[in-house]
Design a protein around this ligand. Structure first.
Ligand SMILES: Nc1ncnc2c1ncn2[C@@H]1O[C@H](COP(=O)(O)OP(=O)(O)OP(=O)(O)O)[C@@H](O)[C@H]1O
Ligand SMILES: [Mg+2]
Length: 311
């Protein structure tokens, strides 16, 4: 690779560190001492209701961005129906969660290293709904997944389209839920749908909304304002604004090249905006290890699958 190409990327990595590092330090300072066995990873589940609005692209590029800022990131493709995060990362894992489910591999053996040190757990395809898996198999899966929480600063979960029990369980167990929508009414309706279910099943959920593929910022802010107002008026539920990402043709090219946008075109409009969003919003929830939040992410997911899901 020529120096001309290497230099800007190095500069961007340094810039990302500089932008994000103060938030990292703040977060570390805010941490209360951890008791043995407590989780460390912050879990963020990305969901949308409607398919094809940019969940996978967001997870992949957010992971790269956090990793460039010195954070240890594991990405889990929780879509066992049409898993494809490995394709967007441009990695070719031999094994997936299906092999863990079948008891043929341990989680360590299926995790692959992606660009910029991000660790990836491929979902595999063929199982429609995690919730439908026999309990013995899912116990084994969750027992393995629990190890991940002590291995990363961030665990990013990419979910499939729809509002299935699996998707909801991953949302309800997360520290933060990012609902991504575009400006089309169908996407907005589905975003509202998932917010509605979360507001009743899990009112303590911290939900942020990201409006993707906007032509102008104002358009996205307007969409968010409408969503926020109906959530408040009809559900009495507060959501937060995460930001807007511009419509960016580089996203398509990056996916075709099987290289994450953050690596393929780090100065592109969407990559630039995402770096700002990550610095501003990802570290905003204070981290405290209290007795109430001792239960790890996957323990919670497992509980929801076992039937404790509908309060
Ligand atoms: N900001 C953007 N600008 C332009 N294109 C985008 C943008 N974000 C996402 N896309 C495009 O939208 C398409 C769908 O994106 P992606 O696969 O991330 O969606 P998804 O929500 O994960 O879909 P699925 O529900 O099928 O899992 C891709 O072709 C991607 O390139
Ligand atoms: Mg996807």
């Amino acid at each position: 690779m020529s120096e001309a190409i290497v230099k800007p990327i190095e500069a961007i990595i340094a810039e990302t560190r500089q932008e994000i590092q103060p938030y990292v330090f703040k977060r570390l300072e805010a941490r209360t001492p951890r008791k043995a066995g407590q989780k460390i990873a912050r879990t963020i589940t990305v969901t949308s209701g409607k398919g094809g609005v940019g969940k996978t692209s967001l997870v992949v590029n957010m992971a790269i961005c956090l990793s460039q800022a010195g954070q240890k990131v594991i990405v889990l493709d929780a879509d066992l129906g049409l898993a494809n995060i490995d394709v967007v990362f441009g990695v070719r894992p031999t094994y997936s969660l299906i092999d863990v489910l079948n008891g043929e591999k341990n989680i360590d053996e299926i995790m692959v290293q992606g660009p910029r040190g991000v660790q990836i757990i491929a979902g595999g395809s063929g199982v429609r709904e995690l919730a439908n898996i026999e309990s013995e198999k899912s116990e084994r899966l969750f027992a393995q997944l629990r190890f991940l929480e002590d291995k990363a600063d961030f665990l990013l979960i990419d979910t499939g389209a729809g509002i299935s029990d699996s998707v909801l369980s991953f949302c309800r167990a997360a520290d933060q839920v990012v609902v991504i929508t575009n400006t089309e009414p169908t996407s907005l309706t589905d975003a509202y749908g998932i917010i509605k279910v979360l507001s009743t099943q899990s009112p303590e959920s911290k939900v942020s909304v990201l409006v993707n593929r906007v032509e102008e910022d104002e358009e996205g802010i307007h969409v968010y304002d409408r969503l926020s107002k109906v959530a408040k008026d009809f559900l009495n539920f507060d959501i937060k604004f995460m930001g807007t990402l511009p419509q960016d043709r580089n996203m398509h090219i990056a996916i075709r090249q099987q290289t994450p946008l953050m690596v393929f075109s780090p100065m592109s409009p969407a990559a630039t905006e995402l770096r700002k969003i990550v610095s501003k919003t990802i570290f905003e929830i204070p981290e405290t290890f209290t007795d109430q939040n001792q239960t790890g992410f996957f323990d919670k997911v497992a509980q929801f699958f076992k039937g404790g899901s509908r309060k």
